[in-house]
Design a protein around this ligand. Structure first.
Ligand code: URA
Length: 240
């Protein structure tokens, strides 16, 4: 059996969390338009590992990086291409390369940073922007404390990343801010999305496609996704 996994028998079913982490069903009629759930077996296997509280910080970080690569593969499926002439050592031929808008990855601090290195492995020429938001304890509204983007951000296709789409408030605020900065083409990539967060984000930004590895149904009273994986930032950086 794979290290880090514990098989569950009938005798220890009481140890299983009460909330089921369902495999996504893209044919589910309740699924939202504009949302791609990446149900590839490799992704789902790794999602199970990152969810587990037994996964250590170093493994968690590595798994998030690997999942970010697999999600990037799907999120970039519709990038524009053009055909160019090249020579192989054997013959002249025509072959396809990326064209169209240049890319900018935008990390919502701090957990978004866990996605960036894996994405840059596949998109080495992409620029990276950062946006920092905290939740006002009184109003619960997101307040921006950091915003650093490349100067030509409005000309780029932007992929915004944050592993956890919970209430959707931070995601909506980040996309609002990027649109204010002139961005017109965006996608949003996360690891686990809550269904309420997805609904809120789709309602606020119907033009922004969402790619996620899982949809969980609920949030708890502290705004954590259930079953989720806990605090993604703390698990990435070992701060709790
Ligand atoms: N942020 C997290 O890191 N985890 C959640 O479950 C919700 C928001």
């Amino acid at each position: 059996m794979q290290r880090g996994f514990r098989s569950v028998t009938m005798n220890d079913m009481s140890a299983v969390p009460a909330v089921e982490a369902r495999a996504p069903d893209p044919s589910d009629p309740a699924s939202l338009s504009g949302v791609m759930v990446v149900d590839h077996p490799l992704v789902q296997h790794k999602v199970t590992l990152v969810r587990s509280e037994d996964t250590t910080t170093d493994n968690f970080r590595r798994l998030v990086r690997e999942i970010s690569q697999l999600l990037t593969y799907e999120a970039t499926r519709d990038l524009a291409m053009e055909t160019i002439a090249i020579r192989t050592p054997i013959a002249a031929t025509q072959s396809r390369v990326l064209s169209g808008k240049k890319l900018c990855l935008v990390s919502i601090l701090r957990a978004g940073n866990g996605f960036i290195d894996g994405m840059l492995d596949l998109l080495p020429a992409a620029r990276v922007g950062h946006i920092g938001l905290y939740r006002d304890p009184e109003t619960l509204e997101p307040i921006e404390y950091y915003f650093k983007m490349p100067e030509d951000i409005q000309e780029r296709m932007v992929i915004v990343v944050d592993p956890m789409l919970a209430t959707g408030n931070s995601a909506i605020a980040a996309l609002n801010r990027l649109k204010e900065a002139g961005v017109t083409t965006m996608k949003y990539v996360c690891l686990i999305a809550s269904r309420p967060g997805l609904r809120a984000l789709r309602a606020a930004h119907p033009d922004v496609g969402i790619v996620t590895a899982a949809i969980d149904e609920t949030l708890n009273e502290h705004g954590y996704i259930v079953p989720g994986l806990g605090d993604a930032g703390d698990r990435l950086y070992g701060t709790r």
